[in-house]
Design a protein around this ligand. Structure first.
Ligand code: F6R
Length: 355
């Protein structure tokens, strides 16, 4: 019989513990940003344009989640690359997020924002070069605690980003942001509660799903607000599970990807599909999930559908996100692999030598 100790034996850096800490992380990030609130607000244009959030990987996901979780007052644009879009000007607010503070693409965006006198509202980082450069340029530094894998600090980074966005006038006042962040925490907590540490592990929904998906290329489909959550799942299956995974969203995938399944058998691949129903799914979107599943379901080894139980949108989205965190960690642990290290990313960054 598999015991909890068997499952967690490879969890040397305690990824499961980090996932369980997610609900308490939102307030940590909020508090780190709140003490910079006035300094950030003072840098904001009187009629703010777009909020431009630069960040890669685990530090970039907040840019996609922010407009899904909040009804934003200005456009939020995520930049996942070396360059700011050419339209960015002094009416816009640039926020650079890098958990380590040493990610080349984010440092490049920070330099471009400063060189062209665009407004960098703040940087969010635990330290590194980004903190140094922000201090030199007198840009507010939201200092988040370090020590986690960036992707395991999502609650901290999201809490900080939402608070910075609020200070910039992009998502409403601080009370509203605090309420929404509390909902996000509640959504995660419902999933943490389904994964107690002292039960027969084979009853844990995350492990059950991981076993269904074992040996599969994982394809995750969202729609609307769950599109960024599907992307987060994909990244977590990649980084925690060390498996190939791909994400797409309805309705766009019904206009191209669905045809690609026609000759699926010729690939010889084994694919598991994960469906993330949006909390406010319309009849049309629901029908798309159902009919598409009907058309492609035969090709997939397994189709797992997730529908949140939480009532509010922020809670529902983070509930669905947290399922992906657990499933991806168990995908590694059940194979005796430590989910935390990302050796390929480290060695790539080393070979690039800061480029
Ligand atoms: C590793 C992880 C990565 C990093 C990315 C950028 O846990 O999540 O996706 O987030 O390589 O590094 P940072 O976040 O330090 O800017």
């Amino acid at each position: 019989m598999t015991t909890i100790a068997d499952i967690t034996a490879a969890d040397h850096a305690d990824m499961l513990g980090a996932i369980r800490s997610l609900p308490s992380q939102f307030r940590v990030g909020r508090d780190a940003a709140a003490i910079r609130r006035e300094a950030i607000a003072a840098r904001t244009a009187s009629s703010p344009g777009a909020l431009v959030v630069c960040g890669m990987g685990g530090s970039g996901v907040g840019a996609d989640l922010l407009p899904a979780v909040f009804d934003t007052d200005v456009p939020v644009v995520g930049v996942k690359g070396y360059d700011l879009p050419s339209w960015v000007n002094e009416q816009d607010m640039v926020v650079c997020v890098s958990y380590s503070g040493n990610t080349a693409e984010t440092l490049s965006c920070f330099a471009q924002a400063n060189d062209s006198h665009h407004v960098t509202a703040a940087v969010i980082t635990s330290g590194g070069k980004l903190a140094e450069l922000a201090q030199q340029a007198e840009v507010p530094w939201v200092e988040v605690p370090g020590g986690l894998q960036p992707r395991a600090a999502t609650g901290v980074l999201f809490g900080a980003l939402a608070t910075v966005a609020s200070a910039c006038g992009a998502v409403g006042g601080s009370d509203h942001v605090d309420d929404v962040l509390d909902e996000c925490a509640k959504g995660v907590q419902t999933v943490v509660d389904q994964h107690p540490v002292d039960v027969d592990p084979t009853t844990l929904p995350g492990l059950v799903a991981a076993r269904d998906l074992a040996g599969c290329v994982v394809v995750i489909y969202g729609a609307g607000a769950t599109a960024p959550v599907a992307w987060r799942w994909k990244a977590q299956v990649n980084e925690n599970g060390k498996l190939p995974a791909f994400a797409n969203s309805y309705p766009e995938l019904d206009h191209n990807e669905i045809v690609g399944w026609t000759r699926f058998a010729e690939t010889g691949a084994k694919v598991g599909v994960v469906e993330l129903l949006p909390p406010d799914a319309s009849e049309a979107v629901r029908a798309r999930f159902d009919i598409t599943k009907d058309l492609i379901g035969e090709s997939a080894s397994v189709v797992l559908r997730y529908e949140a139980t939480s009532q509010s949108k922020p809670a529902a989205l983070f509930e669905l996100l947290a399922h992906g965190d657990f499933v991806s960690a168990y995908l590694a642990l059940d194979a005796g692999i430590d989910p935390s290290p990302v050796d390929r990313i480290e060695s790539l960054k080393e070979r690039l030598g800061g480029r």
